[in-house]
Design a protein around this ligand. Structure first.
Ligand code: PMV
Length: 336
C-alpha cells in the first residue's frame, strides 16, 4: 500500500549570514534568521513498496518532472544512512510546489530541503517525537545549509557559539523568547529582478575558502550573533537595524572582494537602500533592509508601522519594483 506524507515548510531570511562552509555542510560561522510564514514549499511524498533494491525516485515540481532537481535529491538522499532502508524498500514519488514565484530572493532551497528532509525522515519512522525537529534540521542542513533554520521560529540560530548552550553546527535551535518589538516582524520582499542568479550559493561559499577577509568575517558574524541574541530579548531596534544592514552589506562585500569577484546588487537595489536610509532619517521609524544572495530587498519592520511602510513602498519605491511579496515571522513547518 502506498504511504503518503505531506510536509509544508517555510523559507527563512538570515539576519546574520551564513557564508562559507567546511566538512559535511558545516558553517564557518554561526548565523541567525527569521523564519517566514507565507513563503513555503509543500511536498507530497508517496512511498510504494518495491521488490528490487535499485533507487526509484520521481520528482515533480508544480506538476511537471524536473530532472535537474531530481538528480540533486537522489544524490542527497542516497548519501544519508538514515534514508538507506527507505530507498531500498520503497519507490518514492515527490510532488513539490512553492507558494512563491521562482528567483525572487526567497531561498527556495531552504524551504524545499526542509520539507523534503522532514517528509523522508517521517517516512522512515526512525525517530522519537522529542528529537524529530533536531534530526530533521540536521538532515535538511545536508541538502542546503540554510534549510536547517526553517524548523524553528520566529527566529533560529545555527552554529557553534561560545557561551550559548545548545548552539551547534549540526542543526539549528529555536530563538523563541523574543521582545514584543520583534515577535510580529514583517518582511516585504521587494522584487527588482526575477531572473535566476548568475552565481550559485555553493560557488559563493567556496570562494570564502581563500578569501583574504575570511577569518575577520567569521569572527564578526559570531559577534553579531551574540549581540543579536541580546537584542532580540531587550527589544533594541537601533542595534537590530545596525547589525541587520551591516550583515547584508558585508555578505555582498564578501562577493565583491572574492578572488573571482562578482556583484549581485543592481542599480535599483542601491536606489532602494538610499530611499530606506532617507525614510528612516525623516521618520525615525524602525524599518531596515536585508539582502539575500541576490539583488532583491527584504524590508523588515514591526507590524505596528505597517501603514507607514506601505506608504514608503507605494510613494517612493513602487516604480523600481517588479512585485512585492508580503511575509511575516512564523514558527516553522508541519509534517503529517
Ligand atoms: O543554504 P545555502 O547553501 O543556499 O546558503 C545560503 C546563504 C545565504 O542565503 C546567502 C545566507 C544565509 O544564511 O541564508
Amino acid at each position: 500500500m502506498t504511504q503518503e506524507i505531506i510536509a509544508k515548510y517555510p523559507s527563512n531570511i538570515a539576519l546574520v549570514k551564513y557564508w562559507g562552509k567546511h566538512g559535511n555542510q558545516l558553517p564557518c560561522n554561526a548565523s541567525l534568521s527569521m523564519t517566514l510564514t507565507h513563503a513555503f514549499t509543500e511536498v507530497k511524498l508517496q512511498c510504494t513498496p518495491k521488490n528490487n533494491a535499485a533507487i526509484e525516485l520521481a520528482y515533480f515540481f508544480e506538476g511537471k518532472p524536473k530532472d535537474s532537481f531530481k538528480e540533486r535529491i537522489i544524490k542527497y538522499a542516497s548519501q544519508q544512512k538514515e534514508f538507506a532502508t527507505l530507498l531500498q524498500q520503497y519507490a518514492i514519488t515527490i510532488h513539490s510546489t512553492n507558494s512563491f514565484p521562482h528567483s525572487t530572493g526567497i531561498a527556495s532551497s531552504a524551504s524545499a530541503f526542509a520539507a523534503i528532509a522532514a517528509a523522508l525522515l517521517k517516512a522512515t519512522n526512525t525517530f522519537t517525537d522529542t528529537n524529530f525537529k533536531n534530526q530533521a534540521s540536521s538532515l535538511a542542513r545536508l541538502g542546503s545549509g540554510s534549510a536547517c533554520r526553517s524548523f524553528f521560529g520566529p527566529f533560529a540560530l545555527w552554529g557553534n557559539l561560545e557561551n550559548v548552550e545548545n548552539a551547534t553546527n549540526e542543526f539549528a535551535i529555536p530563538i523563541n523568547t523574543v521582545h514584543e518589538n520583534f515577535s510580529s516582524m514583517k518582511d516585504a520582499i521587494l522584487i527588482v529582478e526575477d531572473t535566476p542568479k548568475k552565481v550559485s550559493s555553493s560557488v559563493g561559499h567556496a570562494l570564502m575558502n581563500n578569501h583574504p577577509y575570511a577569518n575577520a568575517r567569521f569572527l564578526d558574524a559570531n559577534n553579531n550573533c551574540k549581540t543579536m541574541l541580546s537584542v532580540l530579548k531587550n527589544g533594541d531596534f537601533e542595534t537590530f537595524i545596525a547589525i541587520t544592514e551591516r550583515e547584508a552589506l558585508t555578505l555582498h562585500a564578501m562577493m565583491m572582494t572574492s578572488q573571482d569577484y562578482y556583484m549581485l546588487m543592481k542599480p535599483e537595489t542601491v536606489f532602494i537602500i538610499e530611499q530606506i536610509f532617507n525614510f528612516r532619517e525623516e521618520t525615525k521609524l524602525p524599518v531596515c533592509f536585508t539582502l539575500d544572495a541576490g539583488p532583491n530587498i527584504h524590508l523588515l519592520y514591526p507590524a505596528s508601522i505597517e501603514k507607514n511602510v506601505n506608504e514608503l513602498i507605494e510613494q517612493r519605491l513602487k516604480n523600481k519594483l517588479k512585485s512585492v511579496l508580503y511575509d511575516q515571522a512564523g514558527l516553522g513547518g508541519v509534517v503529517n
